[in-house]
Each structure stands twice: as structure tokens, then as C-alpha cells.
Design a protein around this ligand. Structure first.
Ligand SMILES: Cc1cc2nc3c(=O)[nH]c(=O)nc-3n(C[C@H](O)[C@H](O)[C@H](O)COP(=O)(O)OP(=O)(O)OC[C@H]3O[C@@H](n4cnc5c(N)ncnc54)[C@H](O)[C@@H]3O)c2cc1C
Length: 387
């Protein structure tokens, strides 16, 4: 979307493709060959690296927002500071039809819509143009997105701004809005009649009261967790089966990272040598500070944020996507086609591609999740390992 934002003649057009993703193309009748799109594109014109390639790693959580965020709420901690300075925060929020778009937020209340990982590609629209305008007006701006989105913003801006802070997320890959919408329809067809609802009002990709990947839906009458075939989208996400083709050779999944800070889950904290003597069950963020600006922003976070320095080695052990792209599922194209096929139900997709683990081990895990035992065992294991 950097090219789309950069074109002064609106000659870059964005359209749907058969795999459900949006792609740019150039309308030759409008194009004046100025090269702005190619200069802005971080693939055609690679960015110079940020920082010295030796980020510091921290375990972080925000004392209030931890329970409303996917990991430890590090995003909210940075966002609150920018809002305190009358700045603006850009992140991904659902509209009322559950399409994900990058959105601007000016107050702490507005952050609620941005919180939480949504495992689908968010639409950037004209976000980069808006950001440039605010930066030129001297406003503080905080942008959080996937590494390719941060790279796109930096490519579009073409220079650094002291009043811009960027956070890139560790990224497993992104499925398309097209696939997500088709999945929601299939899920509604599967559950709606029996459970008496006509609309899925909200979809949570991850529970917020604990620290895990369990999805749930909200309808007019209740909020219910999803398991097994009902959670097929998350099974496919986890197995890297439905990502945009370029995610499998992502050039930004490496150190040096593209943002001033990198935000991720601190998976495995305390289990690989250096003990971590705190309760991790409500989620722990990993923050990498990649630039001097990122380091200053972290040290300004204040008393409502827990911060402990850890080693980069520990941070990387269970978080492969910080240093490498996800491995393409061998049936990725067929699985995407199946999700996009109106005639195919979730049960049939699973029968064809075996996305849900129906082995004894998989079933034990699913039932222990359902019964709440999984969290208890995990809590005990974490306590035992960090004694
Ligand atoms: C597609 C995707 C894949 C990810 N893969 C990994 C991974 O492999 N390993 C890992 O450790 N962490 C991964 N993350 C990051 C992780 O899920 C958390 O978002 C991160 O740890 C921040 O958590 P938090 O508690 O600080 O913030 P939260 O309060 O949970 O906020 C999350 C922030 O991310 C933004 N955001 C949410 N969804 C999207 C989206 N689709 N596109 C762009 N921005 C979005 C929100 O606007 C908000 O700014 C991924 C996130 C996404 C969106």
C-alpha cells in the first residue's frame, strides 16, 4: 500500500484477487511514469537498516491493560504515552462487519478497539498519507503494524521523523480478509441455527484473560469459545496454511528489525536458563528496542509498566518468526481454495486437509483446554521451571 499512498495521480489501483488478497496494479492511462510508487516500495527500493542490529530484549507488561491485551499489553503502554502528549495512535480495528482496517485513535478509551491480535491482513487504505500530514503538523504519531506495514510506511515517508515512533509485530503471516469472511459465514451456517443466532458480532482470535491462542465468538446472546473444527481458521493459521504468498519469504522477518521497537509474545520466558520469578499466566510481552528512539520510549514508560531486561538469545528460542519466515504448508493453495469455496463446509475442509489434530494427544489437549485443565498444568509447569 506504500505505492498506492505515494502515487500523485491515483494511478495505482487496488483490487481483489482469486486468493482473497488485495493487490496493486498500475492504470497506464493515468500513470505519468514519475517513479514515486517504486521509490516508496520497500521491496523494489530496500530500506537502509535501522539501529545497529543488536536489539535489547525486555519482558514487559502494563499493569492495567495486560488483561485486555493478547500478550502483556506492551502496545498499550507505548500508546498511552503518545496520547498523553496529545499524539495519535494507528493500529488495526474491526469495523461493524468484522473487516479489519488501520484506524487512528486520539484517546485512551479508543485504544480498546486496537488492542488484541487479529490474525488477518488489515487494510491500510490512506493511512500513510494521514500519518505524513500529522507528522508535518508536528504531532506525535505512534504506528503499530506487521513488519511489512512498518516498512511500507517508512518507504512511503522516505525520511525519518523525530515525532514518529514505529512498532513492528513479530509476524507468523497474514491470511486475507476474503478467507476470514468466508470462514465466518461457514461458522455461522454451522452453529447459528442450533444456537439461535443470526450474526457473529465479534471474533476474538485469542483469549485475553489468560495467555494462549484460544479463539471465541460473541453473538447477541453470548460469548462462546471455539474448539476443534469450529476453530478451523486458527488451526490453518497456526499451520501456516493460508498466508499471503509473499509471507513465506518475508524479507522483514530478521534482525535488524524494521520498527523502533518490536512487539511479540515472550513465549518460553524463564524456561531456558535464566529464571523468571513472576506470574506469567496473564501474558508477557517481549519488547525489542531496535533504535535509540525505541530505547528512550521504553525507559519513559513509567510505574504502571513492569519491565525486566532479558537476553536476546532467550527471546529468540521460542519465537522463530523474529528471525525467519513461516514455512509454506504444502497444500496452501488448495486449502485457500477450499476456504473460499461457498459449497464446502468446515467439516469437509478438515476431512480433506486434516488441519485439526484428531490424534489421542490432540484430543487430550482439546479436552483439557475445554475443561480449563490446560491452563492449570501450564501454570504448574511455569512455576516449576522458574523456581
Ligand atoms: C498477523 C499477526 C501475526 C503475529 N505473529 C506472531 C508470532 O508469530 N509470534 C509472536 O510472538 N507474536 C506474533 N504476533 C504479535 C502478538 O500476537 C501480539 O500482537 C503482540 O505481542 C502485541 O501484544 P500486546 O499485548 O502488546 O498488544 P495488544 O493490545 O494485543 O495489541 C496488538 C497491537 O497489534 C495491532 N494489530 C492487531 N492485529 C493486527 C493486524 N492484523 N495487522 C496489523 N496490526 C495488528 C493492534 O492494532 C495493536 O496495535 C502477531 C500479530 C499479528 C497481528
Amino acid at each position: 500500500m506504500a505505492c498506492y499512498n505515494a502515487c500523485p495521480k491515483q494511478a495505482v489501483e487496488i483490487s481483489d484477487s482469486p486468493d482473497g488478497f488485495l493487490y496493486p496494479s498500475v492504470n497506464a492511462d493515468k500513470c505519468v511514469d514519475c517513479g514515486a510508487c517504486e521509490r516508496a516500495c520497500p521491496i523494489v527500493s530496500p530500506l537502509s537498516p535501522l539501529g545497529n542490529g543488536h536489539p535489547q530484549a525486555y519482558a514487559v507488561w502494563h499493569k492495567k491493560d495486560r488483561c485486555f491485551s493478547s500478550s502483556g499489553g506492551a502496545f498499550s503502554a507505548f500508546a498511552r504515552k503518545v496520547i498523553e502528549k496529545d499524539g495519535v495512535v494507528f493500529g488495526a480495528a474491526f469495523d461493524e462487519d468484522l473487516h479489519l482496517r488501520h484506524t487512528e485513535v486520539w484517546d485512551v478509551e479508543g485504544l480498546a478497539a486496537l488492542r488484541g491480535s487479529k490474525y488477518v491482513q488489515s487494510e491500510i487504505g490512506e493511512t500513510f498519507r494521514k500519518i505524513k500530514k500529522y507528522l508535518q503538523e508536528g504531532r506525535e504519531v505512534f504506528f503499530c503494524g506487521t513488519p511489512c506495514q512498518v516498512a511500507g510506511l517508512r518507504g512511503y515517508l522516505g525520511k525519518s521523523y523525530d515525532n514518529l515512533l514505529t512498532a513492528d509485530l513479530a509476524c507468523h503471516g497474514v491470511p486475507s480478509d476474503g478467507i476470514f469472511q468466508k470462514y465466518l459465514k461457514k461458522l455461522k451456517n454451522r452453529l447459528g441455527k442450533a444456537e439461535g443466532f443470526v450474526k457473529i458480532e465479534n471474533y476474538e482470535f485469542r483469549r485475553r484473560d489468560g495467555w494462549g491462542l484460544a479463539p471465541s465468538i460473541s453473538t447477541a446472546t453470548n460469548c462462546r469459545p471455539l474448539y476443534g473444527i469450529d476453530a478451523l481458521y486458527m488451526e490453518a493459521f497456526d499451520k501456516s496454511a493460508i498466508f499471503r504468498e509473499c509471507c513465506y519469504h518475508c524479507p522483514f522477518a530478521k534482525i535488524p528489525r524494521v520498527g523502533d521497537v518490536t512487539l511479540a509474545d515472550f513465549w518460553g520466558i524463564g524456561r531456558h536458563g535464566v529464571k523468571f520469578k513472576h506470574n506469567v499466566m496473564r501474558g508477557v510481552s517481549l519488547v525489542l528496542t531496535n533504535t535509540e528512539k525505541g530505547r528512550k520510549a521504553l525507559s519513559a514508560l513509567g510505574d504502571d509498566t513492569f519491565i525486566e531486561e532479558r537476553t536476546l538469545e532467550e527471546a529468540l528460542i521460542e519465537n522463530h518468526n523474529l528471525t525467519g519466515a513461516s514455512k509454506r504448508h504444502p497444500q496452501r493453495t488448495e486449502i485457500i481454495k477450499a476456504f473460499l469455496n461457498k459449497q464446502m463446509g468446515l467439516g469437509e475442509i478438515d476431512r480433506r486437509f486434516h488441519l485439526v489434530d484428531h490424534s489421542m494427544k490432540g484430543q487430550i489437549k482439546m479436552w483439557s483446554l475445554r475443561l480449563g485443565l490446560f491452563e492449570k498444568v501450564k501454570a504448574f509447569y511455569n512455576w516449576y521451571k522458574s523456581r
